[in-house]
Design a protein around this ligand. Structure first.
Ligand code: ATP
Ligand code: MG
Length: 449
């Protein structure tokens, strides 16, 4: 029975009282993406398992340990997406978008599924904002992507983030590096975990990404990729750094970043926060020039990043960043008796059509109980309608924040005045001027200004 009222381990609800925070974050992201020319793409929650094995890579933690994979009733092996890049790459190829206008710039919001040990900032269902760009291989592209992530985070008001960048070279320079890693790790096979022993032959760079403390310790003295990258890759990396310098984005070069996907090439980066405890990376990305080739044989460079939205929320909370709540009821129209209730319904319908958040009673409650509700939901203004108000066509408008009131007539002209008054939302001035000024004159002044 308890299972019915308990969410699955590692999942969490976003409740009505908090959803505005997510909407705010999404709106900031959408605005930044629009400014940078990125358009939204939406792909399915599940894909063929093989897609993730091929694109994320068979030697990664994600594929080896974390995927939610099952057979559907038609006997297909299906996997809930553990990340967003693979689905986008699949959609690009399926619809031939790589043959259209390039660069192709996309962004997404997705839920992701990974069977991990749940803890702060680590869930089994989590959400990512990501961008994926295809068709451009210039260093300026890498810088643009990093700028986009940086701007998103700074527009949210987040402080104390560190950008760490690295280059993991191309398949050519990596061959030499793999050799060096094999030599180094071969001396430690007795201490490396079983997965890393397997990786030693198949993909030694993955050992650098292992979460086991012992493997981490051994990896800390391993050869670093930057000592092995070829001239072209070094030039590319230098140019990315020069672009970042030009726009004043600070970074440190961290040669230990290798990222979780197999097909990353050249630039990789992470935004790290001191406010996240052990799960300190809020955003990770990089170039994956080999991905489309791996999936289709075509040579189409790509680059992108993914930002963990739960971790972003944790930082916003930890840094006490206030998010404006747009879901607050502008006006509550209370009523006494059926006629007044009908009028209240009519008024709130009109106000909603004008774009205001307006509510009236749906519970058949007393006026006292209605006002208690208006208070609970934090309504900015209220009006009480009864026989008297219907007869005279006038009612008392109350500013719920400070209790000041004034009389308003219920005809369209005055409603319009309230609307306009609200639009200009000079609420701070409102309570000061409210008591001694005629509301329509005040609102008129606002409109004329
Ligand atoms: P980590 O090293 O923390 O496991 P990762 O390298 O597996 O991260 P990516 O695959 O790069 O993560 O995903 C991008 C971002 O998504 C991460 O930087 C993080 O913010 C977020 N993320 C990844 N896994 C989880 C998770 N299980 N729960 C919540 N957020 C996550
Ligand atoms: Mg992980």
């Amino acid at each position: 029975m308890a299972l019915i009222t308990k969410a699955v381990k590692g999942t969490q609800d976003i409740l009505p009282a908090d959803s505005y925070k997510w909407q705010h974050v999404e709106r900031v992201i959408e605005d930044v993406c629009r400014a940078y020319g990125y358009k939204e793409i939406r792909t399915p929650v599940f894909e063929h398992t093989e897609l993730f094995q091929r694109s994320v890579g068979n030697t990664t933690d994600v594929v080896q340990k974390e995927m939610y994979t099952f057979n559907d009733k038609g006997g297909r092996s299906i996997t809930l997406r553990p990340e967003g890049t693979a689905g986008v790459a699949r959609a690009v190829l399926e619809h031939g978008l790589q043959n259209g206008a390039l660069p192709l710039k996309t962004y997404y919001f997705t839920s992701c599924y990974r069977y991990e040990k749940p803890q702060a900032g680590r869930l089994r269902e989590f959400h990512q904002f990501g961008v994926e760009l295809y068709g451009a291989s210039s260093p300026a592209t890498d810088a643009e992507i990093i700028c986009l992530a940086n701007e998103t985070l700074s527009l949210m008001g987040i402080k104390n983030l560190h950008l760490e960048i690295n280059s993991i070279g191309c398949p050519q320079c990596r061959a030499k590096y793999h050799q060096a890693l094999r030599e180094y790790f071969s001396a430690h096979t007795d201490k490396l975990c079983a997965t890393c022993n397997d990786r030693l032959q198949r993909n030694p760079m993955r050992i650098l990404d292992c979460k086991s403390p012992v493997c981490k310790e051994i990896a800390s003295n391993a050869p670093v990729i930057l000592d092995y990258i070829c001239d072209d890759c070094r030039e590319h990396f230098d140019s990315v750094k020069a672009n970042l310098d030009a726009v004043g984005i600070e970074y440190t070069v961290n040669p230990t970043i290798v990222r979780g996907l197999d097909y990353y090439t050249r630039t990789v980066f992470e935004f790290v926060s001191g406010d996240l405890g052990a799960q300190s990376t809020v955003c990770g990305g990089g170039r994956y020039d080999g991905l489309i080739k791996e999936l289709s044989g075509q040579d189409v460079p790509g680059i992108g990043f993914a930002m963990g939205l739960e971790r972003l929320m944790l930082i916003l909370d930890a840094q006490g960043i206030e998010i404006p709540n747009p879901n607050i009821c502008d006006i509550y129209i209370a009523s006494m008796g059926e006629k007044a209730a009908n009028k209240a319904f009519e008024i709130v319908t009109n106000m909603r059509a004008e774009g205001f958040a307006a509510e009236c009673d749906l519970m058949g409650r007393s006026v006292k109980a209605q006002m208690k509700y208006a208070d609970k939901i934090g309504a900015k203004f209220s009006v009480v309608l009864g026989d008297n108000e219907l007869e005279t066509g006038k009612a008392v408008l109350k500013n719920m924040a400070d209790g000041t009131t004034c009389e308003v007539s219920l005809d369209n002209e005055l409603l319009e005045t309230i609307y306009r008054f609200q639009i200009d939302s000079e609420l701070a001035n409102f309570s000061d001027s409210f008591a001694d000024e005629n509301i329509s004159a005040l609102a008129k002044g606002l409109i004329d200004n």
